[in-house]
Design a protein around this ligand. Sequence first.
Ligand code: BGC
Length: 550
Amino acid sequence: MDRSALPAGRAWWRGATGYEIYIRSFLDSDGDGMGDLAGITAKLDVLDRLGVDVLWITPFYPSPGKDQGYDVADYIGIDPAFGTLDDFDQLVQAATDRGMRIFVDIVPNHSSDQHPWFQHAIADEDSPYRDYYLFRPAAANGGPPNNWVSHFGGPAWTLDPAGSGEYYCHLFLSEQPDLNWANPAVMEEFREILTFWCERGVDGFRIDVAHGLTKDPEFRNNPQVREVTPGMHPKDVFASFDHVHDLHRPETTKIFETWRTVVEPYDAVLLGEMDVRNIERFTEYVGGGGLDAGFVLKLASSRWEPATILSDLLTYERAALGGAAWAVSNHDQPRAVSRYGDGQVGARRAAAVTTLMLALDGITFLYQGDELGLPDAVLTGVAMDPVSTRNGGAAGRDCARGPVPWDSTAVNGFTTAPVAWLETAPLPESLTAQGQIGEAGSTWERYRAMLDLRRRLPDLWSEPFEIFDRQATSLVIFRGPLTVIANLDDKAFEFVPEGEFHIEFESHAGAVGGDGGHLRIEPEATIVLSRREPDGHALAGLAEVAHGHR
Ligand code: BGC
């Protein structure tokens, strides 16, 4: 993309469109059933044509794969399953040639238990690596040092396998020991890791569990907010505590201030994954707290509740000051299409919300398959997500992680292996890339036109954000000469614009109708209008909004 066309004074990533690549399931180039770096390179032209500016690639580092790569055994290597450093360099070069940027996923809250640091830490209690992790003496009764729980079930503490009698802390699996960010040596290690990837040409980092990292120095119990009952999903157990001592410590933003000094010479972006659910906390990170932006995770997990979706969007839009990363889906939650009602209905709703997100300042991400309107994958083989496998088959994240359906050959063209790493039901031709790319009226072509809005009309995200009309389930905003109308209601929305206007985009075919100047926005749609008056006086406004839905 030609970024010289962007308004002066904006960080390059603002107004960009990102695309999350869940590498395992994107495209397998070597027939082992697992997606890889060369598979991404092979599809860059498709992503470029779609209008993607930035790729965020999920972890490809050497890893035992207990948490699908979020258990890193070497932060500066490539797992052979995904390729080599040469493959990585080729990908960066190929992306650069197309004007695309690469964000890698960095996992600083924890490493794998197979990382040499942890192996040294358990092999020798006097090793300097012992203090890279959080080892604590047992409680008086011999149990874990405090009441912290793991996101993935059970206590956040496991006994030192070497028999010291101490426990180590892990907010995720026991195979993902938490690093000790109070130890300056850990910062020094990450200074080198960040520099390594910046030197290799990456443009930014998606920071995993950015709200973790630092812990209460006294390791106090978290206040419990509700009873934990047997059989509760680990997510609900986790939510039964107020995480004041294991997450969101004030020291965390200091860490990112140091990271900023490391990445600044490279103009690399720090994009946090902060599970905050709380707007004040969000702004602590992005409002001078070291990070450029943070994901608005709430929107990637909400169900179809238009009033809540709209109010969350507006709350974060106001507070993030451009430092928001918007997405309706990611690899950790059921896909938006399924959360929003599945099939055509879910796809239509996802397109409406995504279009609105493109009209917000910050960076807006698609998750691979959003552009095909993919629903959740249906598992046909064994579950792979530890949230399921370690919790008696509890609902997990595999449904969001099915292989991308490229065509309607075996395994939807994802791999030449007989099965993919995650076995899922084949998808019909109509949901494949081959069935949609270049096909008038397909979801892919609609998304291509949608993403093109940001390039063609940068006013869409950069001109002052003026709310013209706000109802519980609908919103009309002005962006300079552009008008964005989001009707998330289940009834049509009518109004009469003044003067000449042009319909730049509608989130589904036939979303806008009416005659003369009288417009009718169909339910669950977002449209973008422009005013192009000959005297250059762009914004005449809408003469009348017919309040209420009919
Ligand atoms: C990632 C997950 C991962 C977890 C632990 C996250 O938030 O997105 O996929 O399991 O961090 O690393």
